[in-house]
Design a protein. Structure first.
Length: 259
């Protein structure tokens, strides 16, 4: 299994979850690994308890619908957004204009998912909890987008700094990437285009591309996830198949007949 990454003092990303509910023995091994990764910030028993709740057949849900698990002492919060039915498992639902079955393979999370995740993180961080983001291997790209987006939007990381964290790059490698203005870090976590054959290529959207776009929106004042009106954004997409690229200036609209 992949090693967990400690992305912030109170945030651990664990792309290690098997594609099934955890048994007690598996949870114990993973909890001990996570406790060591956080240098004892939380006891293995607390992490195990929260993980077993999050991966149960009937898991807990936050008010926003995100699958979660808590230990009895409320020291640990395990989040599993990609397993959340209320968030459509962090997949684009077609906005009422397209059939989900026609969209194809797993794509990136939408802005709605990114905003919901960042707000959930803010709440758990304010409560002083250790947050563990669990995901299975098939959702690594989605999970990387969510946790990287939180680093960019809430922690003011640059896209390159967040990418270096996600890829567990050393300081020297990260500096080299930053110095090479022509380099586009695309290795790992590319998303196939919708309505295609599910294949990725050099022009495919990557996690880094998304983080770079979010960094640009943040620095230009186009996006503040704390005040972003998700309802208005969703309504415009569903009613007009449209979305603001630059708020109040550039509007992207779908085909007036075909969609």
């Amino acid at each position: 299994m992949a090693a967990p990454l400690r992305l912030a003092p109170n945030l651990v990303w664990a792309p290690v979850l098997p594609g099934k509910a955890l048994c007690t023995e598996e949870a114990q091994v993973l909890a001990e690994t996570l406790s060591a990764a956080t240098q004892g910030t939380a006891a293995a028993s607390q992490i195990r308890e929260a993980m077993l709740q999050a991966t149960a057949r009937a898991p807990q849900l936050r008010d926003d619908g995100i699958v979660c698990g808590q230990d009895a002492a409320n020291h640990v919060c395990v989040l599993m957004p990609e397993a959340s039915q209320a968030l459509n498992f962090c997949r684009w639902d077609g906005d009422g204009h397209f059939q989900a079955a026609d969209i194809g393979e797993q794509g990136p999370p939408t802005l709605k998912h990114i905003v919901a995740y960042a707000r959930a993180m803010d709440e758990e961080v304010a409560a002083g909890k250790l947050i563990v983001h669990l995901c299975s291997g098939c959702c690594n790209g989605v999970a990387a987008t969510l946790v990287g987006s939180y680093l960019v939007l809430a922690q003011n990381y640059s896209a390159l700094e967040a990418w270096a964290k996600l890829r567990n790059l050393g300081a020297a490698t990260a500096a080299k990437v930053k110095a090479d203005s022509q380099k586009r870090p695309i290795s790992g976590w590319s998303f196939p285009p919708p309505f295609g054959d599910g294949k990725v290529g050099p022009s495919s959207l990557t996690v880094f591309d998304i983080l770079a776009g979010l960094e640009s929106a943040r620095t230009r004042g186009w996006l503040d996830y704390r005040s972003f009106d998700v309802g208005a954004w969703s309504l415009m997409r569903k009613k007009f198949d449209a979305t603001w690229m630059v708020p109040g200036e550039v509007l992207a609209v779908g085909h007036p007949v075909l969609t």
